[in-house]
Design a protein around this ligand. Sequence first.
Ligand code: ARG
Length: 579
Amino acid sequence: MSFIKLLESEISKILVSLGYEDNVALLVSNRPDLGDYQYNGCMKLSSIYKEKPIDIANKIVEKLNQTNYFKSINIAGPGFINLSFSDEALIEYMNEIFNNFEINNYKVEKKLVFLDYGGANIAKELHVGHLRSANIGEALKRLLNNCGVKTISDVHLGDWGTPMGLVMNEIKHMKPDLPYFDENYDGVYPKESPVTESDLAYIYPMASKKKKESETYASEARELTQKLQNKDKGLIALWKHIVNTSSIDIKRVYEDLGASFDLWLGESDADPYIDEVLNLLDKKGLTYISDGALVMDVCEDEDKLEIPPILLKKTDGSILYASTEMATLYMRIKEYNPSEFWYIVDNRQELHFKQVFRAAKKSGLVNENVGLYFLGFGTMNGSDGKPFKTRDGGVMSLKSLIELVKSETIKKINDNITDKEALAKDLAIATIKYADLLPNRSTDYIFDPIKFSDLNGKTAPYLLYSTVRMKSLLNKSLEEKIGYKKYNILKTDLERNVILNLLEVPKVLENSLNSKSLNEIAEYLYKLTNNYNNFYASNKVLIEKDTKVRESWLVLTELVYKTNKMLLNILGITVPDKI
Ligand code: ARG
């Protein structure tokens, strides 16, 4: 059990023995001059048991004084209990986690969480808008796994909507003689894709421009989408080429970002379930035709803002984002039956998910006790406060963003490093990820490539350089045969601060799981690293004469190193061997 959990359960026992309820939470003190932690529960107990808070506090403190966890206990104000831990208790805990690092982790009982993140669109280049879904989703998956929760992740490619019709229409305009467009063709379709990765890079932007300029072009594209969704033989064959070609590039970018998925499915995989879902809704009498389209009401009496009906089928019979979403949910429940779904998608899609979740619960498609969570995220902006753009104001691709940051990080790397290019790329990705996970998930933030690649401050390079330095200190101690087996003495206040930080790890993980955001972990990493660096700057670990002190400091260094490595790994950031 972690130290703070242990103390909470000790205090619970005391409360029970005094005849009170036992709901105990210890908080890091906001007055470190008075104590390390606080117990503020006496106010609440006072209102329940009609006793003065100070009397309750006194009774608790009397019992706490009989334990040996504390060096000082005092009561402030009407009944706040301030606790400062004894050196012996801290040292004992350091030794416990030195022997079994997992004690200082957080584990939770939860069944299976299905994560939907990534969400790249076929035939469209990934842009910075896709970055956050991949970063946050991957980190949440790692957080869940770290805490002992099983997950299934799906990239949920956009491969079935109107953009597919647009791309096909442009290909048709470029190469009208291709057999895919000939309805009378009954031969075998070519094995080779008619388009390459680089073709696709300009086909979609071109088609999307033409659609805006010409209604004929737009309606041709709509017709192709509809034909595709009706499984036209030729179009399906062409579509497969497009999906395969585009996936190569998408996979490469996700690999660079370190985002991986158990399932590589797309919207199209839910298509076989659409009719089943629509029938189910129809049988329950939930759908109706409005202006020619098939819709379902999802508004509720308590709604402050009007929630419009969910659109399931257009007048021309083509299916929509919401119907695909419902069918995907249905398919996932059938195949995996998870207890929770987490969708990591841009804040701008909040209404879509609200409608889908309501429709899913209202129709019984999803069981009452299944948790459906829309985890929206804010936008990554440039210094002008608008979505991050290229210099000439265009949409910035993810690849260009990585290149841009790489050109900053490479300046920080020592010339004697062998593979400078590769390290610069890893550092650039770490820089982007840390900057992206540092703000609360749902807020917009300004990405400044120069600030975030700095060696100082709340940046990935600062954390990585510091962590690598800890590792090289530990390696040196091994080379010089300076062993360390246990924590003996707590000598300085700077080192005590680091220990107090280490005690917080389980709580930081618990809070992050509850908020489903990574910002607390990112902030904590900076605090711990900074406090360790303060300690390190004023104490020469390896040349310390007192062997007991030196040994303790090495244990401390190892514990901070391992903690950093674990938490950075949750954020999807790998610690290099050398920088
Ligand atoms: N492809 C979508 C987009 O780029 C994101 C998909 C999010 N996931 C979902 N289940 N709808 O907007």
